[in-house]
Design a protein around this ligand. Structure first.
Ligand SMILES: Cc1cc2nc3c(=O)[nH]c(=O)nc-3n(C[C@H](O)[C@H](O)[C@H](O)COP(=O)(O)O)c2cc1C
Length: 200
């Protein structure tokens, strides 16, 4: 008989420690650009000493459409894939979401990954990176709305990568020169926000 297991409580670093930042790839599509964008964010972030960063690929968790019997706000997760995802997200203090724009919004895989959990997102900070024809700004706008429901504080500075300027032949990721500075500005706000949120 299947039993419902209470979710592992979110593990966080001490408020005085460096925040652990999960850089979350928002696309699971074969041939996706999300991986290259996430690695570029990690390369820039790795030069900092005020936080720890890691890429978290939602594709690694093989999440289906939401299949939990109870609403995530109840904090009781039944499925092994949900528990694995909850452990990973619960161990992060802050997030960078890397999202393409699909039909004016975020990919369904990213929406599902968000919907699976609740407490593990709550009270944490997020920075947003979008890409698309016009920088993925519609996806980023929708993502801000969703994060509000999950009680995630999204910082104002975001990174908008456009196919014309930041992808050679609209395909290969070749970020234009100012974009690294935009990443740093976003990360500066993100770490400051996370430090505030983690104060006792
Ligand atoms: C289903 C789908 C819908 C799309 N809709 C948009 C869109 O609304 N706006 C946009 O700028 N690009 C759109 N695109 C183009 C994607 O931004 C582009 O394919 C991008 O490479 C997707 O990111 P990924 O390669 O990491 O999956 C769409 C692509 C797909 C597959």
């Amino acid at each position: 008989m299947r039993t419902t297991t209470e979710v592992t409580p979110a593990v966080r670093t001490e408020p005085t420690g460096r925040p652990r930042v999960a850089i979350i790839t928002g696309s699971t599509r074969p041939g996706r650009k999300a991986g290259a964008v996430a690695r570029w964010i990690l390369d820039i972030a790795a030069r900092r000493d005020d936080a720890e960063f890691e890429v978290v690929d939602i594709a690694d968790y093989a999440l289906p459409h939401l299949d939990e019997p109870m609403p995530p706000r109840n904090g009781r997760y039944d499925r092994p894939h949900t528990r694995a995802w909850a452990r990973k997200i619960g161990s992060a203090d802050a997030f960078v979401f890397v999202t393409p724009e699909y039909n004016g919004s975020i990919p369904g895989a990213l929406k599902d990954a968000l919907d699976f959990l609740y407490a593990e997102w709550n009270g944490k900070a997020a920075g947003l990176v979008g890409y698309g024809i016009q920088g993925g700004t519609r996806a980023v706008g929708h993502l801000r709305q969703v994060l509000g429901d999950l009680v995630v504080t999204d910082v104002r500075s975001a990174v908008a990568l456009t196919f014309a300027d930041d992808f050679q032949d609209y395909t290969r990721f070749t970020p234009s020169e100012p974009q690294a500075g935009n990443v740093t500005a976003m990360l500066d706000e993100l770490i400051a926000c996370s430090d505030e949120l983690r104060k006792p």
